[in-house]
Design a protein around this ligand. Structure first.
Ligand code: NDP
Ligand code: PMR
Length: 391
């Protein structure tokens, strides 16, 4: 199980010209934080059904301290959950939370075996609660290989969590996956798209009573929020770049066909994640009973996601989120939230984008217009199928 790191440090340490104000934008461009609060309040008051994604005012009380008590009525066996990117940050905290419950065998799907082993040990996970399998989402061959390896284990698959991601805000030029896709969308969306499309077939066969496929989304991909309006804004446009394979050769490396911008590629990939969850829901939920969910876990400002940002950003971002936006959550808290989406009996509704309010209660959040666009979701699905060799 070799450690292969294709992402490398391609975009290290260079401050982007596109980020010429503190953290990308002047605060004065946006009225105040209370505007954000009122946006939150407004959106939770609505009870809208938008292409299968519902928003409602009722908060489901699921305190972060909740330990997972879902016990299978049909079977007493442990659940098997695959978590991509479980070597750090949110994925690791979720793996720990689920492992500690004693009810889950966590399959940590990671590109760096040794790093993952050390990470699991450093957070005190006991060996009987986890397995590490190699997965590099920057290679479709690796994704297929992972699926084969998992199938050879003969474990049933009960829950899949698509969590891994990279964010390259300072890259001046695009880097590409083994298959030639721009790295941000290639890893965060296309690698996960192939993985989840293949593994949903395994989930269908599982006898587990509450099967779930979770794709981690984010507030920054949603332009109906203040955070989603910090430039560059997510926007998939007419998908002409995705249709062209985002290879950067004779075309664009961005989904919308525009000029490369690493921060936008990340946010675009998050829209794809949230659209994919909803398209899965529409295509599979009724027939299979699988719950499809996405979430915004809160701003986990300390994770490795910001490793390629400039040092000043990494220093200021956590206190900014803690004391100014108040959007900050610890890795442990965020891990408990994602673990709820995996296992909590009150979060079984499918097609939902979960968020948490200030009292740590989960609620069904409303996605932006683009992130809930039914037609776009179908087109992203169809184009992605072609790119990953499923159509
Ligand atoms: P981290 O950087 O800590 O974790 C990302 C994980 O993805 C790491 O385990 C990393 O592996 C893995 N990864 C990256 N590239 C690949 C690849 N090619 N193949 C396999 N695995 C890969 O970031 P976070 O924990 O913050 O991010 C986790 C999720 O949370 C992401 O989906 C992100 O979009 C989402 N999120 C994060 C927020 C935040 O504030 N941090 C807010 C909202 C959503 P390795 O250890 O080898 O680098
Ligand atoms: Mg943001 C309530 C306001 C809020 C929240 C919840 C976030 C979350 N951010 C907010 C506001 C602001 N941010 C404001 C006012 C600014 C301008 C100063 C700002 C800036 C900013 C930058 C430069 N924020 C960022 C960046 C990043 O590079 C992060 C990013 O976009 O990564 C893709 C980020 C984030 N802000 C968040 C969250 C959760 C992030 C991490 C992004 C993610 O994982 O989606």
């Amino acid at each position: 199980m070799a450690s292969i790191s294709l992402v490398a440090a391609s975009a290290l340490g260079k401050s982007s010209l596109k980020e010429n104000a503190f953290m990308g934008v002047s605060l004065s461009n946006h009225s105040t934080m209370s505007e954000f609060d009122s946006v939150c309040a407004r959106r939770t008051k609505r009870n809208r059904v938008a292409g299968g994604v519902r928003a409602q005012a009722t908060a489901v009380m699921t305190p972060s301290e909740t330990k997972f008590t879902e016990s299978s009525k049909k079977t007493l066996r442990k659940g098997n959950v695959i978590i991509t990117g479980a070597s750090s940050g949110l994925g690791l905290a979720t793996a720990k939370s689920l492992a500690e419950s004693g009810k889950w065998n966590v399959i940590m799907a990671c590109r760096d075996f040794l790093k993952t082993e050390k990470a699991a040990q450093s957070v005190g996970m006991s060996k009987e609660n986890y397995t590490i399998m190699h997965l590099d989402l920057a290679s479709l061959d690796s994704v297929r290989q992972f699926v084969e390896t998992f199938r050879r284990s003969n474990l049933p698959l009960d829950v899949l969590v698509c969590n891994a991601a990279i964010y390259m805000p300072n890259a001046k030029t695009p880097t590409f996956t083994a298959d030639g896709f721009e790295m941000g969308v290639g890893v965060n969306h296309l690698g996960h798209f192939l993985l989840s499309r293949l593994l949903v077939e395994d989930m269908v066969k599982s006898d587990y009573p509450s099967k779930r496929l979770v794709i981690v989304g984010s507030i920054t991909g949603n332009t109906n929020t203040l955070a989603g309006n910090i430039p560059p804004k997510a926007n998939l446009g007419d998908l002409r770049g995705l249709a062209g394979g985002m290879t950067g050769q004779n075309g664009s490396s961005m989904i919308d066909g525009g000029e490369f911008w690493g921060a936008k590629a990340y946010k675009d990939s998050k829209i794809c994640n949230m659209l994919t969850m909803q398209e899965f829901h529409r295509r599979y939920h009724e027939d299979t009973g699988i719950t499809f969910s996405s979430l915004y876990p809160g701003c986990i400002a300390t994770t490795g996601l910001f490793r390629e940002h400039i040092p000043l950003f990494r220093t200021l971002f956590p206190p900014f989120q803690k004391y100014i936006t108040k959007g900050y959550v610890s890795e442990t808290e965020a891990g408990n939230r994602l673990a709820q989406v995996v296992a909590d009996p009150s979060l079984t509704k499918s097609g939902v984008y979960w968020s948490w309010n200030k009292t740590a209660a989960s609620f069904e959040n409303q996605l932006s217009q683009e992130a809930s666009d039914v037609d776009k979701a179908r087109k992203v699905w169809d184009l992605s199928e072609k790119l990953v060799g499923l159509a």
